[in-house]
Design a protein around this ligand. Sequence first.
Ligand code: HEC
Ligand code: HEC
Ligand code: HEC
Length: 143
Amino acid sequence: MKIYNKGLVFSLILVFAAIALFPFLVQGGRVAAKPDPKTDTPEIMQYAQEHGGKKECVESKEWMRGEHMQLLNQWRDSVVRDDNRGYISNTNHQRWNMSLQNGCMKCHSNKKKFCDECHNYLSVKPYCWDCHIQPAEKEEVKS
Ligand code: HEC
Ligand code: HEC
Ligand code: HEC
């Protein structure tokens, strides 16, 4: 059999390739659903209730998104080297307990639906949980 228009066939192949690759080109090779970290834990809802409906992190959401890794390193150094566990927020000027387990994870007790939601999407695997205890992922009240 003879292909009567090589140019046309070649163009069609290009078009199909472009369509097939489109999601990869746009998302840099990732096709998983976009992360949607949830901040609706009992601890956060209670905090909001006590603060006029305002949900707050230790710093602004935007800053935390980009800087939480560095902040955690800072916290660890402060506790381990200087034995200082008090962190004064630059955003809300409150004093926070510099602790992964008793600070961050007390509010973000939904590690799977929060931390892992982003980290899995980006294939980041913090090794912290080799030593630090993860929150028990139970929404139901235990007796
Ligand atoms: C008092 C509860 C509380 C504590 C403690 C806390 N967070 Fe948050 N965090 C929140 C809330 C609430 C939000 C969402 C804020 C908003 O919607 O403006 C948030 C947002 C974030 C975000 C951004 C999420 C996004 O959707 O972009 C990251 C990352 C984060 N926190 C990590 C941490 C880490 C790491 C720590 C400890 C260093 C920590 N948080 C401590 C309540 C807390
Ligand atoms: C909004 C998305 C998002 C959320 C929510 C989030 N992270 Fe991250 N995290 C990232 C990104 C992105 C990186 C990688 C940054 C980089 O490589 O520069 C990261 C990296 C880290 C790192 C450094 C790991 C490494 O190997 O360098 C630690 C530690 C960390 N996150 C802890 C946490 C903890 C604890 C929580 C939950 C309380 C959390 N993160 C929630 C996006 C998020
Ligand atoms: C090899 C074990 C080990 C690993 C892995 C580890 N830590 Fe720690 N971390 C410790 C020990 C031990 C302390 C000291 C505990 C104390 O004095 O309360 C500590 C303290 C801390 C503290 C301050 C105290 C507290 O209650 O949280 C932070 C914050 C912290 N680590 C963050 C991290 C983060 C973030 C990671 C992952 C990037 C990580 N650590 C990985 C062992 C570890």
